[in-house]
Ligand binder design. Structure first.
Ligand SMILES: Cc1cc2nc3c(=O)[nH]c(=O)nc-3n(C[C@H](O)[C@H](O)[C@H](O)COP(=O)(O)O)c2cc1C
Length: 362
């Protein structure tokens, strides 16, 4: 039975090739942060309200002015054809069917214009990794604007790729017939094979990605695109302020799902500092280890406008293509609805900091 996201995790594991599974599931080094992300949400206790009329509940909201059916967004995850042949196109159909905003990765196995053409009316943002050959990123950004993406999401926690030892051990690279479509289209060639000390993806990053990302790149992307820039991968208040001072329209508190710097702070613990530093000036989102509707409730109570989920929709895709990914999003929606009812929150504006105790209390 597929009753919750962990059921999908188990089912996906049976369907995905071992090295692809390790790539999707794994984290950096000892995977301390990967576990800590999850544990931190679990540790926060909810001081639920009673005797509130919760017979009518609503969770539709907006993110950067874009209407969405729920405060749960699909995080950018690379190479979705590893999970299912429908890959990014299947994910786009799932997000549209669930009324969720989709963030499409630079490192996708489907070109960004092709993903945009799937359910074109459904809102999408394009996640940017900056290539050392800046002209390649400029071309991708121009393509993203033409294709109707509503915002850019600049990932700043990945100046170089984290050390994912599962991928080094397995010699992970893309199987024949799959490529990072945006890189190939820009003339940057195929993902290399693995060597004994580096996965194919590590070598791809080393060869092509720019490790000199700076705050001025936020303004650069704004000027190039005319789109709002969401900065993803922040865990400190001062970094959030620097991003805003350089034109960021929103912040994602994220440690890349524990895949970059191991022993990095869990996102649930970083969120309050960032929310306080941002002080309502821009929207703040959070990701990492969100697996239950009650986690979403906690994130919102801490001041997040919304959450992103990375691995879970990929598990859904692996199990049943677009329908599976949609079901994962609907399960989370139903769980958030239940958590709102049981916490005495008929609307999102009722989800306030006083609902939290313990580690989440401010
Ligand atoms: C398989 C996989 C691929 C990812 N690829 C990207 C990517 O291309 N760009 C990016 O900004 N983040 C990427 N991430 C990080 C996610 O956007 C997100 O921050 C993280 O998965 C959230 O944690 P969760 O998986 O526990 O929900 C990836 C994560 C995973 C698991």
């Amino acid at each position: 039975m597929l009753l919750n996201l962990f059921d999908y995790e188990r089912a996906a594991r049976e369907r995905v090739a071992a090295s692809a599974w390790d790539y999707q599931a794994g984290g950096a080094n000892d995977e301390v942060t990967l576990r800590a992300n999850r544990a931190a949400w679990e540790a926060i206790e909810i001081r639920y309200r009673t005797m509130v009329d919760v017979s009518r509940r609503a969770m539709a909201t907006t993110v950067l002015g874009v209407p969405v059916s729920m405060p749960i967004l699909v995080a950018p995850t690379a190479m979705q054809k590893l999970a299912h042949p429908d890959g990014e196109s299947g994910m786009a159909r799932a997000a549209a069917a669930a009324g969720a905003l989709l963030v499409v990765s630079t490192t996708a196995t489907t070109g960004l214009s092709d993903v945009a053409a799937v359910e074109p009316a459904s809102p999408k943002w394009f996640q940017v990794y900056v290539y050392a050959g800046r002209e390649h990123t400029e071309a991708l950004v121009a393509q993203a604007v033409a294709a109707g993406y509503r915002a850019l999401m600049l990932t700043v926690d990945t100046p170089v790729l984290g050390r994912r030892e599962r991928d080094i051990r397995s010699g992970f690279t893309l199987p024949a017939g799959m490529q990072i479509a945006n890189a190939v289209e820009a003339g940057m060639g195929a993902v290399p094979t693995a060597t004994g000390e580096a996965s194919g993806l590590m070598r791809h990053f080393r060869g092509l990605h720019d490790p000199s990302i700076a705050p001025r790149d936020i303004q650069w992307l704004r000027d190039l695109s005319g789109l709002p820039v969401v900065v993803k991968g922040i865990v400190r208040g001062d970094d959030a302020r620097r991003a805003i001072d350089h034109g960021a329209s929103a912040i994602v508190v994220s440690n890349h799902g524990g895949r970059q710097l191991d022993t990095a702070i869990a996102t649930a613990r970083a969120l309050p500092e960032v929310v306080a530093a941002v002080d309502g000036q821009v929207e703040v989102y959070v990701d990492g280890g969100i697996r239950r509707g009650s986690d979403v409730l906690k994130a919102l109570a801490m001041g997040a406008r919304g959450v992103l989920v990375g691995r879970p929709p990929v598990w859904g895709l692996a199990v049943d293509g677009a329908a599976g990914a949609q079901h994962v999003l609907e399960l989370l929606r139903d769980e958030l609805d239940l958590a709102m009812a049981l916490a005495g929150c008929p609307s999102l504006s009722d989800i306030t900091p006083d609902l939290l105790a313990g580690a989440g209390a401010r």
